[in-house]
Design a protein around this ligand. Structure first.
Ligand SMILES: [Zn+2]
Ligand SMILES: [Zn+2]
Length: 826
């Protein structure tokens, strides 16, 4: 065995040796199933540190549950479709998606996605993930595409999917509708412009109402004005009409409770559409629609005089024109919370277009969310608040290319919608035609739907996919549903968690999973969100190259509680590395003494002769199993790992090994017997530690286990096929723990005493007198086992009668160790 633990060499060795099939889910197994709805990452090619943290959590659970006797399914999918890949393809090939055919464009997207998946798979393997690769799925493959389209058909026929003209969030740069969840909010600088609207029935020329707005470019879209009903300043104008400056059309003044009298002048203009509030008012007061911004973010004919200008240009020009006419009273600088596109950060517009929607039944989703166990619990509230805040249904059509086509045609003669039949799918309606004529007019010519589906329509089905839910039969194929666990980040609660619950309830009438485990984000060393501009990013690769995958995983376990954001710190990495080296040195030392143990098979014999210190160690070991098991059951990986580390380092390495060294070398008075019991305790402890560590640091644990299981370098059975250790209640020994704690504390104190006085640690002292509080009478029969104290201090120990009060008549220096007096005579 090498002196230093060579992570690079050992991790590589196990990666090449391990057989993937031990992680396969067996549908026919009689073990209870434990199915994980693993996130399918977006194949950007970069498996970043946030992903890595999430996957470490998943792997801790998967490995732990397997050892607990579950038939674990840890599948891996890839969520391929969507805008970022389209943008990347345009960038790489220096083309615009309009320059080549949709088919050609999709081929390029598929190519890039395939390459990226390969890269990310490499990272998952390098991190030691126990993924069941026989269950891998790719959402751009035909099988999955068919599943997505079939789910569309089912929901369409049940009236849960419909097409309608409705205002939607729109990115003018990406030229597509986007869902609420894809709108991000940013604070931006803006001007609040105070503009004069002339009263229509004004008796005098100069009777104006002053209105403050940040969006003067929407004047052409102004369809009404509103004031608060209790605002005394404006009681007289309610119900009257105003003339919109520049465009000169008339709009009515409404009284509406939701106007904030404290903002601007207390009068607001209602435009179609400036924001979500405008949509609410537009519906409530049944206002007309005046569209002044088109789908590319250019001014329309309705903004006459400003046609074809961009929103920004129009804003500038209108301000100049208002100013020239004396209709701009003043401008105020303000900070404005602007909704922007998640992908390109362009401010979104609200545009009324024809789109496909999925019905959002808020109550059903909230009830379902309450049936699911949330870890940590507070994230459920986040989902509920999100559901409550949704103003309209889920817009699922996208005006893009690389996604699942909507399986719909329109009759060219009468416009009737023709839905694909089950035999047709997967289908691209732009390249294929339906087999039957139009039901309405008998026409046989059709135009395919150009829009594609929101990529969350694919990924919201992953739980159903893992359970092989049969959409036609309405039941899973032999696998329990709901599945057991959904692990995911808190950043996608309003998307992935929300859509998955919605779809599961719609398609199966059940919740998708029993438990959802939400993880936090990884922050940089400076405590801020990792970003290129802050230069505080760390890639998992960087850590692995320097310290190995196990160290990374240890950091993931110990960095913070599940659900909280975890700060990355190199010092944690170094500490993890040191821990592994420490335990490695103990293993190396132990192996010398364990050698005869392996040969003579003295297992049962040694167990009978345990000394108090051995019992003390094994009692604490069993308590460790108890607490680690409890932590694992509650996803408290940090607590589990911390207690393993504390035990291994403090109790086992620092105290126990020091106490039994002499026995191991056969230099103690109990000779072979004392040696045998120590080797038994060491072996039992090392073997148990290797198993407890297996979910966290699988490479290291395997290496440890291979030595300890039979003393040869290659273990017979992988540690990952071992059973999780059972707590042996009869081994938990409170008396032995008390004595052992005292023995260890005395030895520590004597060693400190020596080192403070410059006495070599192995130098004998005159005598150590121990005055025990609990021993009142016959110290010879009911005393402390002093053998290991004598060995570890190289000094004769004498047990003295307890003195509860008064002076100790000793010439030595008296130390107080948790109430026990110890006199040291030099
Ligand atoms: Zn965009
Ligand atoms: Zn027709």
């Amino acid at each position: 065995m090498k002196k230093t633990y060579e992570h690079e060499e050992i991790e590589r060795k196990w990666m090449e040796t391990w057989n993937d099939s031990i992680y396969y889910f067996e549908a026919s197994s009689d073990k209870p199933p434990y199915v994980i709805d693993t996130p399918p990452p977006y194949p950007t090619g970069d498996f970043h540190i946030g992903n890595a943290l999430n996957w470490c959590y998943i792997d801790f659970i998967a490995r732990y549950k397997r050892m607990r006797g579950y038939d674990v399914m840890f599948p891996q999918g890839w969520d391929c479709h969507g805008l970022p890949t389209e943008v990347k393809v345009e960038e790489i090939h220096d083309i615009s998606r309009h320059q080549i055919s949709k088919q050609e464009f999709r081929v390029l997207c598929r190519q890039l996605t395939t390459e990226n998946i390969e890269q990310m798979k490499g990272m998952l393997r390098r991190l030691g993930m126990s993924i069941d690769w026989s269950k891998e799925y790719v959402t751009m493959d035909d099988r999955y595409k068919r599943y997505t389209q079939l789910s569309f058909l089912k929901m369409y026929h049940e009236g849960l999917i419909y097409q309608a003209e409705h205002p939607v969030n729109w990115c003018p740069r990406c030229e597509t509708a986007i869902a609420f969840a894809e709108v991000e909010y940013e604070d931006r600088d803006a001007y609040l412009n105070y503009i004069l609207f002339r009263k229509v029935d004004a008796e005098k020329e100069a009777e104006y109402v002053e209105i403050a707005t940040t969006r003067p470019e929407l004047l052409a879209s102004c369809v009404a004005v509103a004031v608060h009903p209790d605002d005394d300043r404006y009681k007289t104008i309610v119900g009257k009409e105003l003339k919109v400056p520049i465009f000169e059309h008339r709009v009515k003044v409404y009284a509406d409770e939701s106007v904030d009298p404290g903002f601007g002048t207390g009068v607001v203009m209602i435009c179609t559409f400036g924001d979500r509030q405008d949509v609410r008012w537009w519906k409530l007061h049944k206002l007309p629609l005046r569209v002044s911004i088109d789908e590319r973010g250019r001014m329309t004919e309705a903004a006459r005089g400003y046609e074809k200008l961009s929103v920004e240009e129009c804003k500038q020009k209108i301000i100049e024109d208002l100013d020239a006419k004396g209709l701009l009273k003043r401008r105020e600088r303000i900070k404005q919370n602007v909704g922007v596109c998640w992908r390109c950060k362009t401010p979104i517009e609200i545009v009324s277009t024809r789109q496909w929607f999925v019905r959002v039944k808020k109550e059903e989703i909230i009830n379902a969310a309450r049936e699911i166990k949330w870890y940590p619990e507070h994230f459920r509230i986040r989902l509920e608040n999100w559901v409550e805040s949704m103003e309209w249904d889920w817009c699922i059509s996208r005006q893009r290319i690389f996604s699942v086509p909507i399986p719909i045609w329109y009759c060219k003669r009468c416009g009737t919608v023709k839905v694909a039949s089950e035999e047709d799918i997967p289908v691209d309606p732009l390249t294929a035609s339906p087999n039957t004529p139009c039901v309405n007019c008998g026409g046989t010519e059709f135009g395919g739907e150009k829009d594609v589906l929101d990529t969350w329509m694919d990924s919201s089905l992953t739980a159903l996919w893992a359970a092989e839910w049969d959409l036609n039969a309405g039941r899973p194929s032999g696998i329990e549903f709901p599945v057991e666990l959904r692990p995911q980040g808190h950043d996608i609660i309003r998307t992935w968690a929300f859509y998955s619950i919605l779809r599961s309830v719609a398609l199966t009438k059940k919740i998708p999973w029993r438990t959802i485990l939400v993880n936090g984000m990884v922050l940089g060393e400076d405590g801020y969100k990792m970003s290129k501009s802050r230069n505080n990013t760390v890639s998992p690769n960087e850590v692995i190259e320097k310290h190995g995958a196990d160290v990374f995983r240890q950091w993931a376990a110990i960095g913070g509680a599940v659900g909280s954001d975890v700060q990355f710190q190199w010092k944690d990495i170094v500490a993890a590395s040191k821990f592994m080296q420490k335990l490695w040195s103990i293993l190396r030392f132990s192996m010398i003494h364990l050698k005869p143990f392996f040969e003579k098979e003295s297992y049962t014999k040694e167990k009978k002769n345990l000394r108090v210190v051995d019992k003390w160690l094994l009692s604490k070991l069993n308590k460790l199993i108890l607490s680690v098991t409890d932590s694992m059951e509650n996803f408290k990986f940090d607590e589990a790992m911390k207690s393993i580390r504390a035990f291994a380092w403090n109790v086992f390495a620092d105290d126990y090994i020091e106490l039994v060294k002499s026995r191991l070398y056969g230099r103690s008075r109990t000779g072979e017997e004392g040696k045998g019991s120590a080797t038994y305790a060491i072996h039992e402890t090392m073997r148990t530690l290797s198993i407890l560590l297996a979910p966290f640091i699988p490479f290291y644990a395997e290496e440890l286990h291979s030595y300890i299981s039979n003393g040869k370098e290659e273990g017979e059975k992988s540690v990952h096929e071992e059973k999780w250790p059972e707590v042996k209640r009869d081994i938990i020994d409170i008396e032995a723990e008390k004595d052992g704690d005292l023995i260890a504390a005395i030895v520590r104190a004597v060693r400190r005493y020596k080192s403070e006085r410059g006495i070599p640690l192995n130098a004998p002292l005159g005598k150590i007198e121990i005055y025990m509080v609990t021993v009142e009478v016959d110290v010879d029969t009911k005393g402390l086992d002093t053998e290991d104290i004598e060995n570890a201090t190289a000094t004769k120990v004498e047990l003295c009668k307890s003195i509860l009060e008064g002076e100790i008549k000793s010439e030595g220096d008296v130390l107080d160790i948790d109430g026990t007096k110890v006199a040291i005579i030099r």
